[in-house]
Design a protein around this ligand. Sequence first.
Ligand code: NCD
Length: 317
Amino acid sequence: MGASAPIFFIKMLTDIISFDQLDTKTLSLIFKTADGIKKSFKNKKTLEILKGKVITLLFFEPSSRTFSSFASAAKRLGAQTIEYQNPMQTSSAVKGETLEDTIKVFSAYSDLIIIRHPEIGAASRAANVTDIPVINAGDGAGEHPSQALLDLYTIREQFGRLDRLKGLIAGDFLYGRAVRSLLKALCLYKNNSIYLLSPKELSLSKKDVYLYKSRGLKIFEIDSEKNIPRDCDFWYWTRVQKERFKNKTASNKIKAPYLSTALLKAKGNNKMIVMHVLPRIDEVDREVDNDLRCIFLTKQIKNGMYVRMALLKLILK
Ligand code: NCD
């Protein structure tokens, strides 16, 4: 039944809403497709495989990287885009149109919708009212599956595996949707251990800790840089998502983990990589950028485009 296998995977890859939908076979297919695209790029081959397709980007929340890398991925594959940034100010949403109606309208104009929205579950609501594929580009404090895909792809590229990894994730686990998807992703592979560094106010909920542990991930919650093990394969930093706090004064008082050259020296090792979900605000010293282990403004960013190209190709071709 070998020949029918890819059709099965591609059928699975209709909507990308949560990492709960993905399994290791589907992930391997996405990563191999991204490898192929990356290679074609190195050989300067143009890829016009989505010529004639129209992709809508509907971003109800601010975005630089996710928006632009999806737009770039679509265009580099020969597709055209309808781009809505901030529709709450520029579209009929401002007149009170429901999300469901907006999705139905854009479904008539395009072949796929990529949506970012401030509410948890918005991407799933969108997928429920349309027959065209929907990709969740971040739903409030819910999930951000394409970010986790590029993070995983970057780790795989560095270490050649996605199991037996030891990682540190630092920052905001209360509102960090990318972290939530990344943790679900790491659960899919055996023997991964994750150290979560955050102040108490930003820690992962007990329910989430239980969920990831029950899926086989070893989780160690730490509240001091002193407790970072020296042998991590990767560090993954995140900012505090201040815009999601109701009480701004309280959010300003939170002391987020800080990544400095001194910390890298004290707790790092030679084979590790340092990633960041971006945007970086003030939680990482700019000096750290000069360290070759820090790949968040280099490899990680580029991989985002290749992985998103792979996703669009697999879903639409
Ligand atoms: C993240 C997001 O929007 O969830 N950014 C991104 O997509 N690269 C994280 C963040 O905003 O801090």
